[in-house]
Write a protein that binds this ligand. Sequence first.
Ligand SMILES: NC(=O)c1ccc[n+]([C@@H]2O[C@H](COP(=O)([O-])OP(=O)(O)OC[C@H]3O[C@@H](n4cnc5c(N)ncnc54)[C@H](OP(=O)(O)O)[C@@H]3O)[C@@H](O)[C@H]2O)c1
Length: 280
Amino acid sequence: MRCNHVGYRHFDTAKIYGSEPALGKALNEAIYMGEVDREEIFLTSKLWGSDHHDPVSALKHTLKDLDMEYLDMYLVHWPVKLKPWVNYPVPNEDDFENLDLGTTWAGMEKCLEMGLCRSIGVSNFSSNKIEWLLDFANTPPVVNQVEMHPMWRQRKLRRTCGEHKIHVSAYSPLGGPGNAWGSTAVVNHPIIQSIALKHNATPAQVALKWGLSKGSSVIVKSFNEERMEENMGSFDLHLDDEDILEIEKLDEIKIMRGEFHVNQTTSPYKTIEELWDDEI
Ligand SMILES: NC(=O)c1ccc[n+]([C@@H]2O[C@H](COP(=O)([O-])OP(=O)(O)OC[C@H]3O[C@@H](n4cnc5c(N)ncnc54)[C@H](OP(=O)(O)O)[C@@H]3O)[C@@H](O)[C@H]2O)c1
């Protein structure tokens, strides 16, 4: 697997991405060839909304698809529960059920107890939803994976998660420039470009180093080996106080807004503001 040759050790997948079988095959080949040990890999997958009624069965299915014995991290993908047959990324109007987070989380805790995963967490949770979960969780989430980049800085959520020792992991750390739903706003921003020029670095390296400087892990995606290497180079970049202050002043834009989880009929979220508890 080429990214393994570049040196990546953290792999982020999800049932709904359809990437579990291919990723598992590549990782198992690398392990079989002695290029890496299982213990040196950090493997994350996610519970889709249609599996909230039975996280244990869902995770067993994920492990079968990955051909792995355990995950390092299992996340609740969205605070959204869907009808059991909704195995597609954009739910229809009548596909939603009321979210009983207590039951979902008890299932996640069961996954942990059974040794199917080594840690559990959430994704796309606002500060309010984190506080709600902490009200009843026996095992608190260790991670909240959310959109985070220089133009969506998550100040409030980082404070909330920090108070509860929950690691914030940054998805779309470049703003998803090549994705159909993504944006080039971050990598093309003149301030990001001028900071890059100043340090003889690239805009992507500036964006990734900004996320790392906030203590987050940055889940960047590339299918291109040169860009994978470039993105690894962000570890060597040093951003000074002036750079960080310049980034703090950038306008904010949320790229993954999650409109597909909002409707006036079956979704518990009637507006985008309800989905994110006004953190948008
Ligand atoms: N939990 C969630 O709900 C959620 C949501 C979205 C994403 N994620 C996770 O986060 C990962 C990354 O998110 P993402 O793909 O949305 O965003 P991203 O990593 O910000 O952007 C990926 C895009 O940027 C391009 N790219 C990569 N390196 C680059 C560079 N150095 N310069 C310019 N362009 C570059 C890639 O194109 P090339 O391939 O051509 O390099 C790709 O199209 C996903 O794979 C997924 O695992 C999670």
